[in-house]
Write a protein that binds this ligand. Structure first.
Ligand SMILES: Nc1ncnc2c1ncn2[C@@H]1O[C@H](COP(=O)(O)OP(=O)(O)OP(=O)(O)O)[C@@H](O)[C@H]1O
Ligand SMILES: [Mg+2]
Length: 672
């Protein structure tokens, strides 16, 4: 270096310092915001040093004015960048993987999903920001369109949780109504408590969108009527209706299903289809089995197998074992459907005198808003049973409605925790059905911890959570619930520093280690105000806290109700019989042909014809011509009069060790 060159030393020092600072800035930017490796700068620094040496060797001092700051820039960037690189490699996990994925300048850029951005923030926290997928429809939960949101496409179910009064129903109504309005879906709302808010909002929504509003509530004077017995397979129909009936042992549930299924098959074959619930319950009573047998006998030419099964079953029905196995379930069925829900399950008579009731498949096709209120506080057992029927009906109706064309639906299960013990399996089935049959389900509950605690099913919570794409989390106080939700929303890894102290004073020394921290801390959920929620989805953006905007709807529009006039498009025709005709006595058996005539000419023929029209054709019973009675009925081993069955049963009981009382052996059939 010549003395002349030293004259410019202050310039070189200043330029080198400024350039070095810029180099540090470059290294910072490359590390935090790009996927370009700092190793590229190593090459530049080496090249700069090489040029400097060459210039010194050649005594081209003037060029050093440029090369000194350039060299300082690259060396500073390379030095600090290398330190950070080694630190990131040493951090392990995702930060190490991120560092290793960085590229040389000549390598192609890392491809990412549209809107995805990966960057490092303070404390070495790797942030992966994903934008909401452009093709994914959503419902914004705030006034801002770009704010927190939940998905609204079919199969993307939403879970809403929060302590009582925290704003769950308000939030879920906004999310579900968004889909109902935007995608023109039917809205099926199961309200366990009888929440006036839900009814008010749903009425206003139905009035605003001009769709029918259907209320199914055993306590409401203006309740509509509901027909859960529909479909072409009596055994399936019965399975749907009996799913919620609790029996002390699974065997009794199976026997009940077999018995009522057989009765339903006879009603179907005899043209009493679709039967009212009252008819099915009445015909299923053991005391009326003779009537079922008689109806099966009247149709045995067309359905010989059925007659054989029904007559073979008669011995069981009148036996002591039959009484023991069936009595409890039949009483339960009668208590729930024949008493508590009797009015709702009894068809109304329309202006033409035809019995009609709401078919959920038709209500879905009509995009109706249906509100069930089960009053779980007052009738907990009935609510559990009827919820199982509701969920099974929606499950079957969703598939059935699709057969006639697009029929999207949205189902909201408010206060699901109240019925989770009995309805968990049905809800899982409904979530699955939503994916395949254009539906979205919103499950609302007070505490996530309840789901496993009440059902005793370990792993149920996890398997349910796997089905949800959106979570609206309101205030949660239970620590287990808060911890579970914090875990659900994921963690970020970051550097945690520790200070070494001597006495009470920090020594200035310390260490750091990589730790995982919840994206949303468990305590956050305990501090949420009413209407505030943490919104989490599996679709992109990170969880965000927001104040949910309640749905605001005009309430001055006219509401479409079914009323008392002619049949609504959401209703189907129901068979008018409430009871099967009494079976003839043994002496009258010779006039069986007349009974057969009565059965086949029953009002079912009218039901069949009316339901067969148009869209209802799919719900119509089979269209079979009445069969003439056989001239010489083939002798059947089971073709015995019930008196004979009773006699045979008494004999069997006498043979058995079990004492047989007259009441247990006659099965209550004396009144037949
Ligand atoms: N997003 C909100 N903004 C303003 N007020 C709200 C909001 N959400 C709820 N509220 C208020 O809180 C009350 C309770 O709301 P909501 O019924 O939705 O809560 P919930 O959690 O469903 O209660 P519950 O457990 O009793 O069913 C509402 O009457 C309403 O006044
Ligand atoms: Mg509520």
């Amino acid at each position: 270096m010549t003395p002349r060159a030293l004259e410019h030393a202050p310039y070189y020092v200043l330029a080198a310092v400024i350039a070095a600072a810029a180099g540090v800035l470059l290294a910072w930017w490359l590390r935090r915001r790009t996927m370009v490796s700092i190793r590229n700068v190593y090459l530049l620094a080496a090249a700069a040093i090489g040029v400097d040496v060459a210039l010194l060797y050649e005594h081209v001092a003037i060029a050093l004015r440029v090369m000194v700051p350039l060299t300082a820039f690259t060396i500073a960037a390379a030095a600090i960048g290398r330190r950070w690189r080694l630190s990131d490699l040493g951090a392990g996990e995702e930060l190490r993987a991120h560092e290793r994925a960085r590229r040389w300048l000549w390598q192609p850029a890392v491809t990412r999903a549209a809107g995805e951005r990966v960057h490092i923030v303070s404390q070495g926290q790797l942030m992966r920001d994903r934008a909401w997928p452009a093709s994914e429809p959503f419902v914004p939960l705030t006034a801002r369109l770009d704010g927190p949101r939940v998905p609204r496409s079919s199969g993307r179910h939403v879970f809403c949780v929060g302590a009582t009064g925290s704003g769950k129903t308000t939030s879920a109504l906004r999310a579900a109504a968004g889909r109902a309005v935007k995608d023109r879906t039917a809205l099926l709302f199961v309200d366990q408590k009888g929440d006036p808010l839900a009814e008010r909002v749903l009425r206003a929504l139905a009035a605003t969108t001009g769709v029918p509003f259907i209320v199914l509530d055993p306590d409401a004077a203006d309740s509509d009527r509901w027909q859960p017995l529909w479909g072409e397979r009596p055994a399936e129909v019965v399975a749907r209706v009996l799913a919620g009936i609790q029996t002390s042992e699974p065997y009794y549930a199976d026997v009940l299903r077999q018995h009522v299924g057989l009765v339903a098959s006879v009603l179907y074959a005899g043209g009493y289809w679709p039967p009212s619930m009252a008819l099915l319950i009445a015909a299923s009573q053991r005391v009326h089995y003779a009537r079922v047998l008689e109806l099966a006998r009247a149709h045995r030419t067309v359905h010989p197998d059925l007659y054989e099964r029904v007559s073979a079953h008669a011995a069981f029905v009148v036996s002591a074992e039959g009484e023991k196995a069936l009595a409890g379930g039949l009483v339960r069925l009668d208590l729930v459907m024949g008493e508590a829900w009797r009015t709702v399950l009894t068809p109304r008579t329309d202006s033409t005198g035809t019995p009609v009731a709401v078919s959920i498949a038709d209500a879905i096709s009509e995009r109706a808003i249906v509100l069930w209120r089960t009053h779980v506080d007052r009738m907990p057992d009935e609510a559990k049973t009827i919820t199982a029927v509701i969920l099974n009906d929606i499950h079957a109706a969703a598939a059935h409605a699709q057969a006639a064309g697009p029929a999207p639906w949205t189902c909201v299960l408010d206060e699901f925790g109240a019925v989770v013990e009995t309805a968990a399996d049905q809800v899982l089935a409904l979530l699955q059905r939503g994916r395949t049959h254009d539906g979205q389900v919103h499950v609302i509950t007070q505490s996530v911890a309840d789901i496993e605690a009440l059902t005793g099913k370990t792993g149920l919570l996890a398997s349910m959570a796997d089905n949800f794409a959106g979570f609206i989390v309101h205030r949660q106080t239970a620590p287990e619930s808060r911890d579970w939700l914090a875990k659900l929303m994921g963690t970020d890894a970051l550097w945690q520093s520790t200070d070494r102290t001597s006495g009470q004073v920090g020594t200035g020394e310390g260490s750091r280690r990589r730790v995982r921290e919840f994206r949303v801390g468990s305590d956050t959920f305990a501090e949420l105000a009413v209407g505030h929620a943490v919104v989490h989805t599996t679709l992109g953006p990170r969880p965000a806290l927001c104040a949910v905007r309640p749905l605001q709807l005009p309430d001055d529009r006219a509401l479409q109700r079914i009323g008392t006039a002619e049949r609504s498009p959401s209703e189907m025709i129901v068979h008018p019989a409430l009871q099967l005709p009494a079976a003839p006595t043994r002496t009258k058996r010779k006039t069986t042909a007349a009974a057969k005539g009565n059965a086949t000419k029953s009002p079912a023929a009218a039901t069949t014809a009316a339901n067969a029209g148009g869209r209802r054709a799919r719900l119509a019973p089979r269209d079979e011509p009445p069969q003439p009675p056989p001239a010489q009925p083939p002798p059947l081993v089971d073709e015995v009069h019930l008196d004979e069955l009773r006699a045979a049963d008494v004999a069997r009981s006498a043979d058995a060790d079990a004492p047989a009382t007259s009441s247990s052996t006659n099965g209550g059939l004396n009144g037949v």
